[in-house]
Design a protein around this ligand. Structure first.
Ligand SMILES: NC(=O)c1ccc[n+]([C@@H]2O[C@H](COP(=O)([O-])OP(=O)(O)OC[C@H]3O[C@@H](n4cnc5c(N)ncnc54)[C@H](OP(=O)(O)O)[C@@H]3O)[C@@H](O)[C@H]2O)c1
Length: 252
């Protein structure tokens, strides 16, 4: 449970190897009692676990989790909450970018992107929020993306998965008002991480630490939506309202 100053003390990360998640955990570690990193290959997380302990986290654990193993999600949530106690923050950080040209032509690849980023987040999100409601407090931090704000020609399948994710968690955030549980949606632009390695950086590209700083500040101030960098809120608002005939001519 958060301390008297509202400091986050316990964190569950789904997609525990994510560069954005680990940057966030580095900022939370000095005050954390418990950090649980849930990942497809928990055995690969020794180095970040050591690092988070060295930064001050008292207990750091890695557990197995696959966002597309839908049938296992209920049992996973019961086990992880049962074993590691209540969580102040659950960070949904798993996701795949997919290859747009492949996903446009291959239904299976398109489905993989939607299933990982959207269906997986719904499937695990429902039991997570049920447990947070039972404990009576907690914030779900969802890594959405500016890509979900308006589908762009160059990455509309990833964008569609993020639009679905974003809408689902916006709705849940509204449904949770008064429950003690809340949702914070994070919409970064291009961030230099494993996911974007080798890609041409987009304008306003940023770093994992800047996203982490915005997440921690958003948690501190109780924000519902966080854009990173903040100016993207206005850029995306302009793009969202642009007539389609103009929008499709932009090199996006
Ligand atoms: N980087 C950006 O520009 C950017 C911008 C906006 C939003 N985001 C979003 O931010 C989140 C984190 O991305 P990142 O930049 O930190 O990329 P990242 O370092 O590649 O992290 C993505 C993580 O998702 C995990 N993952 C993928 N599919 C999974 C599944 N089925 N089950 C469990 N874990 C799975 C990966 O695990 P494995 O190690 O097992 O592959 C990886 O650890 C993603 O949702 C991404 O869409 C990123």
């Amino acid at each position: 449970m958060k301390d008297a100053l509202g400091t986050v003390q316990s964190v569950l990360v789904l997609g525990g190897g994510s560069d954005l998640a680990l940057a966030t955990c580095r900022r939370l570690a000095p005050h954390a009692n418990t950090i649980v990193l849930a990942a497809r290959k928990p055995e690969t997380l020794d180095a970040p676990m050591h690092e988070l302990r060295a930064l001050g986290a008292q207990r750091v654990e890695a557990v197995a989790f696959d966002a597309t193993d839908y049938g296992a999600h209920d049992a996973f949530v019961q086990r992880v909450f049962g074993e590691y106690g209540d969580f102040d923050v659950v960070l949904l950080a798993f996701g795949v970018l997919g290859d747009q040209s492949e996903t446009e032509r291959d239904a299976r690849a398109a489905r993989d992107t939607i299933e990982s980023n959207f269906v997986g987040a719904v499937s695990v999100g429902v039991p997570i929020i049920t447990r947070l409601r039972e404990q009576g407090h907690g914030t779900v931090v969802v890594l959405s993306s500016v890509a979900g704000e308006r589908a762009r020609r160059s990455n509309f399948i990833y964008g569609a998965s993020k639009a679905g994710l974003d809408a689902f968690y916006q709705g849940f955030g509204d449904a949770l008002v008064g429950s003690g549980v809340n949702v914070m949606i994070v919409r970064p632009g291009f961030v230099h991480t494993k996911m974007t390695a080798g890609l041409k950086a987009a304008p306003l590209a940023t770093t994992p630490d800047k996203v982490a700083a915005a997440i921690v500040e958003g948690l501190r101030s109780g924000r519902e939506v966080v854009w990173v960098p903040g100016v993207l809120r206005w850029v995306m608002s302009t793009l969202r309202h642009m007539p389609r005939a103009v929008f499709r001519r932009l090199p996006l």
